[in-house]
Design a binder for this molecule. Structure first.
Ligand SMILES: Cc1ncc(COP(=O)(O)O)c(C=O)c1O
Length: 389
């Protein structure tokens, strides 16, 4: 089959593949503990569901403007001003089918053949593939567990060339849960100013922060680079709305217009009644966010404690999101071998770090119950002690 070159260079999402395998085994009756999902295990809060159901009942079932309803874009602009100190008008907001779609659109709009995009590794696995699909080249800035998975500004600046078009930041990070401090973001701002590249700030986990941490939007730190920052957010992780497919980008007007135009010829608007649910989430969802975040923090503490006790595993304590990134180099296994062995022999699904550009680690999601965390981690402990003693 002669498929287009553009798709031949792309690898399907490994996280989705592992989650699918774990689900298949479960359907076959196998007692699998899955730590592979990239989504909250909570149900979407009731008022959000009701708002979508009411809008359906009222016949809100037609096309909306391609970038989303004005009401929702206004609510997002208000949220960005109130919570993130970012002043965007509704015309600068494009609502898309998930933050994934927002990032995809942005790369299509900004990146030309041969442009370089700097990514911090370990990275969210879709970034490099989306860069490739846009014709760009990913340039990887490695971060290490010993540095808390945050980059040094010097190392960043060393990677900048004349072709650098964009830097993608993701704080809190998937897969490490590392949070970039305000001070570091300020230093990154200086480098971006000096070399005039764009920054895409993926803030999808902004509300899932632990230990009293505060979120900082890089776009709010210096008015002189505001036009060069694209802020991305969405409903999925904060409000347990992954299946609803709602995300947004906020950017300089010409970029937003280009993005809206691209979207108008591909998906058109995100689902009408799902938008009504997101509107409600922005209005009344904060108490539910706090409840879920507190549960994630308790689970993080539990999982971190249990994994820290296992010889040969080296977890990083995340400050946000819902993943534990665990170094496995002492096991002398590559991450895929580790994950496949663990799923086949101990019936625990985790994501191999190679998917995130780090073959010496695995990602374990704690977006699951405390009971399953105890059960799954004790299986990992037994599996490792059976294989290495
Ligand atoms: C870092 C990061 N960005 C963006 C997304 C996309 O989220 P969604 O498309 O569900 O809004 C995800 C989802 O896993 C993610 O982990």
């Amino acid at each position: 089959m002669n498929l287009a070159k553009r798709i031949r260079s792309v690898t399907p999402s490994l996280t989705l593949a592992i989650e699918a395998k774990a689900k298949r085994l479960k359907q076959e009756g196998v007692d699998v503990v899955s730590f592979s999902a990239g989504e909250p295990d909570f149900d979407t809060p009731e008022p959000i569901k009701k708002a979508a159901i009411n809008s359906l009942a009222k016949g809100f079932t037609k096309y909306t403007p391609a970038s989303g309803t004005l009401e929702l874009r206004k609510a997002i602009a208000e949220k960005l001003s109130r919570e993130n100190q970012l002043n965007y008008s509704p015309e600068q907001i494009v609502v898309s089918c998930g933050a994934k779609h927002s990032i995809y659109n942005m790369l299509q709009v900004l990146i030309e053949e041969g442009d370089e995009v700097i990514l911090l590794s370990p990275y969210w696995l879709s970034y490099p593939e989306m860069v490739t699909l846009a014709g760009g080249k990913s340039v990887i800035l490695r971060t290490e567990l010993k540095d808390g998975y945050v980059p040094s500004p010097k190392a960043l600046e060393k990677l900048v060339t004349k072709k650098t078009k964009l830097l993608i930041l993701n704080s809190p990070s998937n897969p490490t849960g590392a949070v970039l401090s305000r001070e570091l973001l300020m230093e990154i701002v200086q480098i971006a100013r000096k070399h005039s590249f764009f920054i895409l700030s993926d803030e999808i986990y902004e509300k899932l922060l632990f230990d009293g941490q505060r979120h900082h939007s890089i776009g709010a730190l210096d008015p002189s680079i505001f036009d060069r920052v694209i802020t991305v957010g969405g409903a999925s992780k904060s409000y347990a709305m992954t299946g609803w497919r709602l995300g947004f980008s906020a950017s300089d007007k010409p970029i937003a217009e280009a993005c809206a135009s691209l979207q108008s010829h591909s998906t058109s608007n995100p689902t009408s009644f799902a938008q009504a649910g997101y509107l409600e989430a922005l209005k009344s969802g904060e108490a539910d966010v706090k409840r879920m975040c507190a549960a994630f923090e308790t689970r993080r503490d539990l999982m971190f404690r249990l994994v820290s006790d296992i010889p040969k595993l080296k977890p990083f304590k995340p400050s946000g999101a819902f993943y534990l990134f665990v170094g496995i180099s002492a096991t002398n296994m590559k991450s895929l071998q580790f994950s496949e062995g663990l799923l086949d022999q101990a019936k625990v699904a985790v994501v191999p770090g190679v998917a995130f550009g780090d073959d010496q680690a695995i990602r374990i999601s704690f977006a699951t119950s405390e009971e399953l965390i105890e059960k799954g981690i004790s299986r990992i402990r037994e599996w490792l002690s059976r294989n290495f003693h």
